[in-house]
Design a protein around this ligand. Structure first.
Ligand code: FES
Length: 119
């Protein structure tokens, strides 16, 4: 992944992970799950993207995982709470990236927005 925006997806069990190089050259890994309604964001195995755009309702994320949309005005929640969920990893600048998936814990903020059952 030599260029900013280069990415690949990786599946571990039922989890899909996006591994990418951000604009500063850092390797990042995220759960491949949109924070809006949980759609899979990247459906291709690899590529290059300026930003990550969910194909469902087009919520758009920067390469650092931050949400572009101003959710405070529309949903009353700060967009910083709806960034992509990061996956711990090692392998900065190396060809191999080691991912660390942990057993699911109850998230401190909703995984999807709006949360199930909310109106
Ligand atoms: S599920 Fe991703 S934008 Fe709605």
């Amino acid at each position: 992944m030599p260029r900013p925006g280069d990415f690949f997806t990786y599946t571990v069990g039922t989890e899909s992970i996006i591994v990418l190089r951000d604009r500063s050259g850092e390797i990042r890994a995220f759960h491949n799950v949109c924070r809006h309604r949980g759609s899979r964001i990247c459906k291709t195995e690899q590529g290059n993207a300026h930003r990550l755009v969910c194909p469902y309702h087009r919520w758009t994320y920067e390469l650092d995982g931050s949400l572009v949309l101003d959710t405070r005005r529309e949903f009353g929640v700060d967009k910083a709470e709806l960034s992509l969920r990061p996956v711990a990893h090692r392998g900065r600048g190396r060809p191999a990236v080691r991912l660390a998936l942990r057993a699911r814990r109850r998230p401190t903020s909703p995984t999807r927005w709006p949360p199930s059952g909310a109106r």
